[in-house]
Design a protein around this ligand. Structure first.
Ligand code: ZN
Ligand code: FE
Ligand code: FE
Ligand code: ZN
Length: 266
């Protein structure tokens, strides 16, 4: 069992050191984990409203620390990932940066619509002031663009726009789901089943069952992550997540080494 989405205290809004996350992973019986802390937005020349990522000067130390953990021979295997915000027009810069750093995988995540950090709890109220249809269409445009950059192996929490419970009805959402599944498939991008949504007002995984089913039918690969921002969150809701994946028809999870994907049975 794997957990490919762990943060650390470096990003400024998580608690716990790598050792503590790994100790918890061992307790939960995980065999492989990946750190995917927040890539420094400063390296993309962007200063967000709230600090949500590590600082540019901390990236090297993060990479070293994960590699040191990966070189240990006890406990779960450790992979080096990063969660990278998708900002329009950032892909050339990212490609250049990641030609220098040998990561195992990059998770591309959309957290910003223009300058609105919509998944930040302090910004949730803005959903009420906006046209929800516009918000969803803008969000998915960004997700689709992110998939087409060729930078990311995994798309993170693909429907996190529902985080605070503001959602369109299923009929309105279905065209977005179908297009998303097609774009994931066409670009060879892996979907993430991110269990953190269960603890958010949304009250369900990212993505929910219908999108998961559509992705499965389309032949999209899936990986699994808790988005842990504290050690005790490692592997949260995994029994439920695995049961859901099996019900939908998945039998394999994607794992990554040096940005190459392979599949493991679960
Ligand atoms: Zn975070
Ligand atoms: Fe995220
Ligand atoms: Fe995350
Ligand atoms: Zn995340």
């Amino acid at each position: 069992m794997i957990d490919y989405h762990l943060h650390t205290s470096l990003c400024g809004h998580a608690v716990g050191a790598m050792d503590q996350f790994l100790a918890e992973a061992a307790v939960k019986g995980l065999t492989e984990v990946g750190f995917a802390d927040h890539f420094p937005l400063g390296l993309l020349g962007y200063t967000p409203q709230f600090k949500v990522t590590m600082e540019p000067g901390e990236l090297e130390g993060y990479i070293e620390a994960v590699r040191e953990q990966a070189s240990r021979h006890n406990g779960p295997a450790v992979k080096l990932g990063l969660e990278v915000d998708y900002l329009p027009e950032s892909s050339r810069r990212l490609a250049k940066i990641f030609s220098r750093y040998p990561v195992d995988y990059l998770i591309g995540s959309v957290h910003f619509i223009d300058d609105w950090d919509f998944s930040h709890p302090r910004n949730a109220e803005y959903f009420r002031q906006k046209d929800l249809k516009d918000v969803y269409s803008r969000y998915f445009e960004l997700v689709w663009e992110a998939c087409q950059t060729g930078i990311f192996e995994i798309i993170g929490h693909v429907d996190i726009i529902k985080k605070f419970g503001f959602r369109l009805d299923d009929g309105e959402l279905e065209p977005y789901w179908r297009r998303t599944a097609r774009i994931l498939k066409d670009n060879g991008i892996c979907l993430e089943l991110n269990t953190s949504g269960m603890a958010a007002p949304a009250g369900e995984f990212y993505p929910g069952r219908l999108l998961l089913e559509i992705c499965h039918n389309e032949g999209v690969a899936v990986t699994l992550g808790s988005d842990a921002h504290a050690p005790q969150q490692v592997g949260r809701y995994f029994p439920e997540a695995l049961a859901l994946l099996r019900e939908v028809g998945f039998h394999e999870l994607a794992v990554f080494s040096g940005r190459r994907r392979s599949l493991v049975n679960f």
